[in-house]
Design a protein around this ligand. Sequence first.
Ligand code: SRM
Ligand code: SF4
Length: 515
Amino acid sequence: MTATTINTTSQNKFEKLKAEKDGLSVKAEIEKFATLGWEAMDETDRDHRLKWLGVFFRPVTPGKFMMRLRLPNGILNSSQMRVLAEVVQRYGDDGCADITTRQNFQLRGIRIEDLPEIFNRFREVELTSVQSGMDNVRNITGDPIAGLDASELYDTRELVEQIQAMITNNGVGNAEFSNLPRKFNIAITGGRDNSVHAEINDLAFVPAFIDGNFGFNILVGGFFSAKRCDAAIPLNAWVPPQDVVAVCRAVLEVYRDNGLRANRQKSRLMWLIDEWGLERFREEVELRLGKSLLPGAAYDEINWEKRDHIGVHKQKQSDLYYAGLHIPVGRLYAEDMFEIARLAEVYGTSEIRLTVEQNIVIPNISDARLASFFTESLLGKFKINPEPLTRALVSCTGAQFCNFALIETKNRALAMIKALESELEMTQPVRIHWTGCPNSCGQPQVADIGLMGTKARKNGKPVEGVDIYMGGKVGKDAHLGTCVTKGVPCEDLQPVLQELLVTHFGAKPKVLVNT
Ligand code: SRM
Ligand code: SF4
């Protein structure tokens, strides 16, 4: 079955809108939409199909759209960063950018009348936002220090580029993969610390050797949704690097043509694997691939604790360093982005990388330039040695821009960390992840302490609250955390977190000295 002959007999609202008109077809209508304006255009095009171009209508801020890019392996250059900065700059206070939990950028404040020009600017610097939302493959993640890391087993950059090129037809859009049953996440890691959270992707490749040959063990079916969360499971298959793109294609074809489409709550890949069993799923992938997959290696090479890439670290190239700058909850404004672009040019090789912890890495800073780099005022705002709790803070978008949100997240997360750090002496970073609703974009299940927005009650009245998750383990032996406490009102959260940090993470109350 090809993409154009998908069986859409039992159709929900989303299957219907896709069957009526492929999401990618709005690409040809951008000039028309820009002239019509957001209020006059067709609502289905505006609220749904535009997401195939990475343009998201925001019901919370109508008329001010969000744009989600695609940055394979989280890498961009300073010219691209400047273009993104110029795009958000024109929207004044409405314009900003967020680094996402998939090593990616989202831009805010976008006006529909500016889309033709924005897409032109993107084309000039080879940026694309195509197929980054709705039933498409999301940004493909890879090691943020690929090619820099002396201990890496494989440099993931080229493979990630190739997978994106295959899926998006080199960034222009590919109707072959524009009608999946649901979203789909791919990650690939060649390092030893699983810096991409492989276990929470629908399809992931982790380093493993067979008879001394390098390749990847394949994991499948990892996902979070409001209804169900599962870590990916081994497919019991191993591929050499040169087969990774073909395996991605084969898995996507199997999922596209057989994934469950009637109930969107059950449309992610794991539900198909449940229905078929892993053996049949593997056989169907082999059929599409046109050859057998080798059995998976007995163990993979993920045997390090996860690094966060903050701070200045030696690269494998002699006399070169990379600097990881902490970006509080991933939020950047135009002036920050111009400055980051400048630093990357002055001290590095114009390259900028993003991490799944919503931070930035500037690679290739020479030994001789380090002393001068340390004097840059931007490092006062985006620190290379932040406080332990701040250092590991992650937050999803939340109520400021997301209509699914049950609570405000980013500002609350920052205020809470500040309050906790004023009360506690920490000896180690503790990964606290905030997510505004059960969709789990902020990945609370991978955190030491995960906070998921919910409606709680206090004194008989509804208030903003969180469910608390604990036990998420990343890197070696990664596994998901679980909910330990439900419905804590946000206004009562600080002492609860304080207690958890003291009891489980060695925090000590600060001795306050009267002056
Ligand atoms: Fe997400 C939907 C933001 C990573 C699971 N996610 C949304 C929407 C598009 C909802 C909406 O239309 O408002 C959010 C956009 C809000 C906004 O204005 O920013 C949104 N998701 C995000 C981001 C920006 C969170 C962040 O602050 O970093 C991340 C963008 C990643 C990217 O660059 O593509 C983001 N979302 C994730 C992740 C984490 C990951 O991929 O590692 C997950 C859990 C993993 C997974 O998908 O299996 C995630 N987002 C969801 C879901 C639940 C999916 C499901 O199967 O039910 C939804 C709801 C949906 O798709 O229907 C969702
Ligand atoms: Fe929005 Fe919920 Fe995702 Fe946060 S977790 S960005 S609130 S959908």
